[in-house]
Structures are given as C-alpha cells and as structure tokens.
Design a protein around this ligand. Structure first.
Ligand code: FAD
Ligand code: SIN
Length: 537
C-alpha cells in the first residue's frame, strides 16, 4: 500500500500534534503512531511546562537556570529563543483548549505556578498533577477536527526512505528523505508513506534501561531510524535519572513529581535523617543530576533499597487537591502521603541527546526534521532543567513549521522518483521468539548495571562488548525472520544502547548527567563540546 501526503509526522505526542495542527494549514498531514494516539511520554507528564508568565519572574532567570543546569553545554542562542518564545506558545496551547490550573485569584489569566528542581522561581504551569494527559487530550481534539489531518494508529515506522538508497547519490551531494516504511500491525502489512517533509517526533528511549518512568512506547525508534539513515546523533551519554519514583514491586516506576519537592517535600534516609544538605545548597530542590547521584551514593552506603520523600507536614486537603493522581496512586500501594513518607528510588527518565537539529528543527538530511525528545537541539546541554521538555517540544514544532512553510512551495517535486515497496526477501515466521524476549531483558539489565548513574571505563567496556554481540545477533535475526513490533523495538533499543555507550566512552570527564569515576572532574579545556557521532564514523 502507498500513502502520499505533504507532511509525514512520526509520533503523536506534544511535538508531533502541535506541529500537525499548524501544518494542516499548508497541506495534507499524515500522523503515524505506533499504538493508540494518546500513548506517549507526553500523556504521563506530571509537573508541567516551564514559562516566564509571572511578574516576579524574568526571562533572564529562566535562561540562567537552564544554563546552570546544562553544565556548560547548552547553546545560549537556543536557550534564549526557547525561553522568550515560551509565553507565546503557552497562549497557543490555551487557545487550543489546554486547561492549566488557575491560581484561584479573580484574574482569568492568573495561573497557579509550581516549582521544581533547579528553578529559582515558581514558573511551572500545570494541570493538577496530570499536565501531560490534559495536553494530549486538547491537542488530539484539535488535530482530529481538521480534515487535512489523518492519524494512523498502530502504525509502526520501521525505517526512513532515503533518496540515496533508491537512486544512488553523487559524492558530496546531501542526502534526502522521501518518506518512511511503516508497519501496519493490525494487518501485518508494510506501507510506503511518501511525503514532501518528514517530522520525527518519536520521543524518548527510557525502555533501553531496566527501570524507567517512561511508558512502553519509549524505545528510541526515531533516534535509531535517523542513525541508520545517516543523521548526526549527539550527547547520548546524558541520560537523566529522575530521583523520585515510587518504590514498590508492583508500581512499575510510578513517578512522584518533582513538584512535590517544590511544595516542600524533603528527602530523608530510612532512619529519618536528611542528607541533601551535604550535596547542594538547594538541598532537596537541587537539580536532578545532583539529587539522583546523592540518592545513589546514600543507598550504596547504607545498603537500603530506597530513601524517603516526606511531605506529611502538609494537610491531606492540600495534597489531595494539588496532587490527586499521586496521592491516590501512593494510597493504592499502601502509603498515605499525608501521614507517612513515600519510599522512592531513581529511575531512567529522559534522554538529553538525540538527532542533531538546528534552531529550525532541520537535521543534516534534506527534508527530515526532528523535534521533541528525539532531538538534540542544544537546549538541555548536559542536563535538562525540569519542565523544559514539553516546552522544547512545542517551541521546536513551531520553529519547524516556520521553516517548512518557507521551503514548502519551492521544494522540488520528487513524486516521480520510483520508491520500491518493502521487500520481505526470504524471511520466514520465527519459532524462536525466546531470543527476542531474552535479548530485551539482557540489554535493559546491562544498561542499568553498567551504564547507569555512576559509570567507569571498565563497566562501559563491558557494556560495549555485550551490546555489540547482541546487536550482531539481532541483525542476523532481523534479516531471517518476518518482522513484528517486538523485534523492531528490540532492534532499536539495541542500536540506541550502542549509541549511548559510544558517546559515554568518548567523553573522558564527568559533566552533568555523565559521571565516570575514572574521570571524576569536569574538563572544560578538552570537553566543552558535544559528542557527535554518525553511521560513517
Ligand atoms: P512523546 O510524547 O513520547 O511522543 C512520541 C510519540 O511517538 C508517541 O505517540 C509514540 O507512540 C510515537 N512513536 C515512537 N516510535 C514510533 C514509531 N517507530 N512509529 C510510530 N510512532 C512512534 N517533561 C516536562 O517538560 N514536564 C513534565 O512535567 C514532565 N513529566 C514527565 C513525567 C513522566 C512520567 C515522563 C515519562 C516524562 C515527563 N516529562 C516531562 C518529559 C516529557 O513528557 C517528554 O519529554 C515529552 O512529552 C516528549 O514529547 P514528544 O512529543 O517528543 O514525545
Ligand atoms: C516531574 O514532574 O517531576 C517531571 C518533570 C520533568 O520531567 O520535567
């Protein structure tokens, strides 16, 4: 089957949907999304969206907080653009129907502002503690009401279609993206989507690690696809571990928002002693890298399985109003947060690296754009400031739209280029799916144990050998057997694991989210730069 469209968007989180709403004014839009349309990291976001909307706040403060958190690697021009564009994008979200929690004052434009780690001011707009769910709801409603937008659910993008593969490429000529091969899981059929422009909005890669706050969709597909297509990938070593996930064998790393610490929750050891004062002047509200590493250190020292997050000094009335979702979830797992502290542990949460783009969302491949968590724009540097991610998604969706509008009419017509249909070759049905499930588990454990919060040269080399072996095994398996979503995702997490390890080995220092005990200090002389890699290196 063939689908022709002006814009192919891969992913239906905040980045993909907010771009789609705009692009539909220019032409036809196809969104492919690998599960139900709302299933995305966006849908689970709790804390909110950071933006300077309060009179007591300043752009300069938000810029400084972002740059401080980014530990020397933020691109200042990008930070300034995102921060100053934020209020406009927030107005747009509100116009599209997002209902942020109001402050309770009489003014219709006064919103309640939360505070999170690394922020010097209250500046996080939120919808209770289910901000992402509210954003998804509103954006999906808005997108589906436009006749130019078609959403294909349970359509899994396998690979980008590159002009060089179809026609060959002259030396020095820039490669171009013509669309993507997409697997329709329901009918077991691979579609050819041909488009003028492709936007990768596939989100993050938390599932590369054993314990993660991310939902199952977060398998780094966009990064893996872009890498295979020849895109530049950067800063993959900067994996953000969220310090506070509910510790419970059945809770599957449920996030306890940093906004809880923003409202006064304090981290304690199991014996009741506080410890963050030893690590940072902002104590429990220090940036995430500091808090996650401090908890990791304390747990290793004490041998305990978790630390405690205590907000029991706040009333039940306040907690059930401000954090209804978190309150109920904790209660479901046996903790009444108004009476006792919550047991918490760190978990993989966010990937700061990804597909390299410029300020307009353009990658090094013609007509291929990337925005949201899949991209590495220079905003986050070596560590993302809390609640800057939803913001980045919506700002870069806008930037990408502006750039594609400029290119839209002059883009050469490539519809005459013949694109071959997907070829299954000699592949047969697998009777060995145990290989797939075993490798899933092995990759995730290996990354958790050897490429976690604290790294060393020896651990990274060990991970490199193991993941290298698994990658070779998967390649062979992929060629011989008929595809399934499980296999496609496995291939992608294995690729992304390899990229994280490569970048981590390259960086011979400790900075932001990358801590290597063999190089415990920051080395500004040699490493004030990104780790950029691609397939040809
Ligand atoms: P996503 O929202 O993850 O969307 C990706 C989309 O791509 C999905 O629809 C997925 O199905 C689709 N997709 C992926 N691969 C394929 C494929 N191969 N084929 C087809 N479709 C594909 N950030 C904040 O700023 N504030 C917060 O409060 C906050 N809280 C968070 C809480 C949690 C629990 C988590 C997990 C993250 C949180 N984050 C927060 C981070 C933030 O939610 C994400 O970084 C952001 O939502 C990413 O948006 P996105 O549009 O780039 O990707
Ligand atoms: C949280 O609510 O703690 C998550 C915020 C974020 O990841 O930006």
């Amino acid at each position: 089957m063939q689908v022709e469209t002006d814009f192919l968007i891969i992913g239906s989180g905040i980045a993909g949907l907010s771009f789609a709403i705009k692009a539909a004014d220019l032409g036809t839009v196809a969104i492919v999304t690998k599960k139900e349309k709302k299933e995305s990291n966006t849908n689970y976001a709790q804390g909110g969206v950071a933006a300077v909307v309060d009179e007591a706040d300043r752009f300069e403060y938000h810029v400084n907080d972002t740059i401080t958190c980014g530990a020397g690697l933020c691109r200042e021009d990008v930070v300034r653009h995102v921060v100053t564009d934020a209020p406009e994008r927030i107005k747009e979200l509100i116009k599209w129907g997002v209902e942020f929690t109001r402050s309770g004052s009489d003014s219709p434009t006064a919103y309640d502002l939360g505070r999170e780690g690394g922020h010097s001011k209250r500046r996080v707009l939120h919808a209770g503690d289910i901000t992402g769910h509210e954003i998804e709801r509103a954006l999906i409603n808005k997108a589906v009401s436009n006749k130019n937008v078609t959403i294909y659910e349970n359509f899994f993008a396998i690979d980008l279609i590159m002009k060089s593969k179809v026609l060959g490429r002259e030396a020095g000529e820039k490669n171009q993206c013509l669309g993507a091969y997409v697997f329709d899981e329901r009918d077991n059929e691979v579609y050819t989507f041909r488009s003028k422009f492709v936007l990768l909005a596939t989100g993050g890669a938390g599932k590369v690690y054993l314990i993660t706050t991310n939902p199952d969709i977060a398998t780094g597909d966009g990064i893996a696809m872009a890498y295979r297509a020849g895109a530049d990938i950067a800063n993959m070593e900067f994996i953000q571990f969220h310090p506070t996930c509910l510790y419970h064998p059945e809770a599957k790393a449920f996030l306890i928002s940093e906004a809880v610490r923003g409202e006064g929750a304090v981290l304690k050891l199991k014996n009741g002693f506080t410890f963050m004062e030893k690590y940072h002047p902002m104590e429990s509200l220090a940036p995430r890298d500091v808090v996650a590493k401090a908890i990791d250190t304390e747990l290793k020292k004490s041998g305990d399985e978790y630390v405690l997050l205590d907000i029991s000094h706040k009333s039940k009335d306040f907690l059930t109003k401000r954090f209804p979702n978190i309150y109920n979830k904790c209660l479901e797992y046996g903790t009444d947060m108004s009476k006792e502290p919550i047991p918490v542990v760190p978990a993989t949460h966010y990937i700061c690296g990804g597909v390299v783009t410029n300020l307009s969302g353009e990658t090094n491949i013609d007509r291929l754009f990337a925005c949201g968590e899949v991209a590495c724009t220079g905003l986050h540097g070596a560590n993302r400031l809390a609640s800057n991610s939803l913001l980045e998604g919506v700002v870069f969706a806008h930037r990408s739209f502006v750039r594609m509008s400029e290119l839209f009419n002059e883009a050469e017509d490539e519809s005459v280029v013949f694109i071959p249909s997907w070829d299954t070759g000699e592949a047969i049905e697998s009777d060995e799916s145990i290989v797939v499930s075993h490798n899933w588990d092995e990759i995730r454990r290996c990354m958790w144990n050897y490429v976690g919060i604290v790294r060393s040269d020896k651990r990274l080399e060990r991970a490199k050998r193991r993941i290298g072996l698994i990658n070779r095994e998967i390649d062979e398996y992929y060629r011989n057997f008929i595809i399934s979503r499980d296999l496609l995702e496995l291939r992608n997490i294995a690729t992304v694991a390899g990229l994280i390890i490569r970048c981590a080995i390259l960086r011979k220092e400790s900075r932001g989210l990358h801590y290597n005990i063999d190089y415990p200090e920051k080395d500004d002389k040699n490493w004030l730069k990104d780790t950029v890699i691609n397939k040809s290196m």
